[in-house]
Unconditional design. Structure first.
Length: 328
């Protein structure tokens, strides 16, 4: 199904005053600021523009600096030369938040870049990063895939999140075909929210957890990306993409939270199907005097787990999603 009817933009891509014409490839570095030490902060941008007109897609990692697996996923596709396309254009940002990456931090100077859009040319560093991303890169694209991981020891099973009121994004999610997909509300001042205002569909791929590499998340992210590129005839026809089961569309989600503090252990694996009332975890105090079971509140799938064993009252343990009643 062809979901884009507008004219594609890749005849000439212009970033920071540099023109990337049909059939050209370039690495462009967009300067953002200098740190007090004089170190230059830049956004590295790879542009792969084929010699045939087609969609222009942005593949972006490291919007949150501690989400290392998003950087690894794009890096692996770079070294495997996955962006040698035959139609359209791929704009690749392997690492947006360089400062957060170096400091093992989600933020940049204490500010979340993904809560700083549309940004300001004269604002704080995070705001300037958001501004130049929109001004220099997003103006060139037709749609985007933004790669993320879970945070704070929470591991997200590979999943796609999209804007539910965006029909194009919903269709792209089906094409990507992650293990799970679901509509997710727009967050004010986020990258996806700002792109939605400009009628640019964005898929958010979530897989793994912050400060960790995750082979399954990398594999599923790459396969999904290739599914999208192949759908738009951007890859060579002979390229074989591993087959995967059809994405499970999640309609309702809930975080299971603990009512007591203690040591937490899981009885299930991330991605498992569980039934209502099933024991999925245990919480015990450090002296072995109390023991409480964690049970599934409804029948569904585990789409995220808390991997930290020491938990406090009210903390999230499992993210469970379910399909409509007729499908489970």
């Amino acid at each position: 199904m062809q979901i884009f009817n507008q004219n594609f933009k890749n005849e000439v891509v212009v970033i920071r005053g540099e023109k990337i014409r049909l059939g050209e490839e370039k690495l462009i570095k967009i300067p953002i600021d200098r740190l007090p030490t004089g170190t230059l902060i830049e956004i590295p941008v790879y542009v792969f523009n084929s010699n045939k007109l087609g969609p222009t897609i942005l593949l972006q990692g490291g919007l949150h600096g501690d989400e290392i697996n998003s950087v690894e996923l794009i890096r692996k596709m770079l070294i495997d030369k996955r962006y040698k396309i035959q139609r359209g254009c791929v704009v690749v940002v392997p690492l947006l938040n360089v400062f957060g990456f170096l400091n093992f931090s989600r933020d940049m100077h204490g500010r979340d870049v993904n809560r700083s859009f549309p940004g300001s040319k004269r604002g704080p560093l995070a705001s300037r990063m958001a501004y130049y991303l929109m001004k220099e890169i997003v103006e060139n694209i037709d749609f985007a895939i933004d790669y993320h991981t879970g945070g704070a020891q929470r591991n997200n099973y590979p999943q796609i999140r999209y804007t539910p009121q965006d029909e194009k994004a919903k269709e792209l999610a089906k094409i990507f075909n992650a293990p799970f997909s679901f509509g997710s509300r727009l967050i004010p001042k986020s990258f996806r929210n700002e792109c939605y205002k400009h009628n640019i569909p964005v898929l958010v791929f979530e897989g793994g957890e912050s400060l960790r590499l995750d082979e399954l998340a990398t594999e599923k992210g790459i396969i999904g990306t290739l599914n999208v590129l192949k759908h738009f005839n951007m890859l060579k026809e002979e390229l074989v993409i591993p087959k995967t089961e059809k994405t499970i569309e999640i309609t309702n989600r809930k975080w299971v939270r603990t009512s007591i503090a203690g040591l937490f252990s899981k009885r299930i694996k991330n991605g498992d199907f569980v039934k209502k009332g099933q024991i999925i975890g245990d919480i015990m105090d450090t002296y072995g005097e109390t023991h409480r079971f964690v049970k599934a509140p409804f029948t569904g799938y585990i789409i995220a787990v808390n991997n930290f064993p020491v938990i406090n009252m009210g903390e999230a343990l499992f993210h469970i999603g379910k399909k409509t009643a007729s499908h489970v």
